[in-house]
Design a protein around this ligand. Structure first.
Ligand SMILES: NC(=O)c1ccc[n+]([C@@H]2O[C@H](COP(=O)([O-])OP(=O)(O)OC[C@H]3O[C@@H](n4cnc5c(N)ncnc54)[C@H](OP(=O)(O)O)[C@@H]3O)[C@@H](O)[C@H]2O)c1
Length: 253
């Protein structure tokens, strides 16, 4: 059994705590966070402490805190024998000063209010030595069927791709919901379209899957849409994205 200490009580920590608590190969030893009230709900699942000077000895320490706090929290673990990892897509492994260090980056969007099944979540691992890498494979496969060895440089690019795929598309869903709400239309009407947008990627590349006015270079429809949009920021986004789509397909138009 791998003994694990989780540092942090946010979106990722909450999901990892749930997954590791139910894993047969990992023992969730302790949860460390700076707010006692956020820790109290884990009573009975693992030891809890809000004192970062009081961290138990474990095989693996998972730092699941805000990117800007990783380095500082990692310093609290200097002198520990176990492997120290963070869960960030955008942060170098070298922000951790311990000798035995690594990264355990689950490539998914996590929110505290939604507990996810890790089985199909890709876990991107990296470590400063082979022993650490072996430990991370063991930990990763205890909760997921997908563990990938990814370097810091590759992970930065993967994180960038994830921002386009998830953060930006989700923001566009938000705008879409606002456009509906202004007309008293339910966002539910768009959900089958949103689901198909993603499901069709199982059989088509994003390039092949594109449809719509910009893909067809239907200028009158696009001009009409711009007139209907009251928000200047949304007009700019609409124009920028439409131009990017037209440029992508210009040879075919
Ligand atoms: N959310 C995602 O979809 C996602 C996906 C993959 C990877 N990640 C990565 O996972 C890590 C955690 O992200 P998250 O979404 O879980 O963040 P989050 O929900 O904002 O939680 C951040 C956690 O960090 C703690 N924290 C912040 N500053 C601290 C400090 N100075 N000292 C001690 N603890 C501190 C917070 O404590 P308080 O509650 O006390 O403020 C909280 O427990 C980040 O590196 C992020 O890049 C996130």
């Amino acid at each position: 059994m791998l003994s694990v200490v989780i540092l942090g009580t946010g979106n990722v920590a909450e999901n990892l705590i749930h997954a590791l608590y139910h894993s047969k190969q990992a023992h969730l030893l302790q949860i460390v966070g700076r707010k006692q009230h956020a820790l109290n709900k884990y009573t009975g699942k693992a030891k809890i402490t809000s004192n970062f000077e009081n961290i138990e000895d474990a095989d693996i320490y998972i730092i699941a805190v805000s990117d800007s706090a990783i380095q500082m929290v990692a310093e609290k673990l200097l002198g520990k024998q176990g492997l120290v990892v963070h869960t960030s897509g955008a942060t170098s492994m070298h922000s951790i000063s311990s000798v035995n260090k690594g990264v355990f980056y689950p490539l998914q969007t996590f929110t505290k209010e939604r507990i996810l099944d890790f089985t199909n979540i890709p876990i991107c691992v990296e470590a400063s030595n082979n022993q650490g890498l072996e430990l991370l494979h063991k930990l990763g496969t205890s909760i997921s069927s997908q563990v990938h060895e990814i370097s810091s440089e590759q992970r930065e690019k993967l994180h960038l791709a994830a921002v386009f795929a998830n953060n930006f598309s989700n923001h566009l869903f938000h705008i879409s919901e606002m456009v509906c709400a202004k007309e008293g239309l339910s966002f539910e009407l768009l959900k089958p379209l949103i689901l198909e947008t993603v499901q069709k990627l199982e059989s088509l590349s994003p390039y092949k899957a594109q449809t719509g006015p910009a893909r067809r270079k239907d200028i009158p429809s696009m001009e009409k849409h711009l007139e209907l949009l009251p928000d200047e920021e949304h007009k700019k986004l609409y124009t920028l994205l439409s131009e990017a789509i037209m440029k992508t397909y210009e040879k075919e138009l």
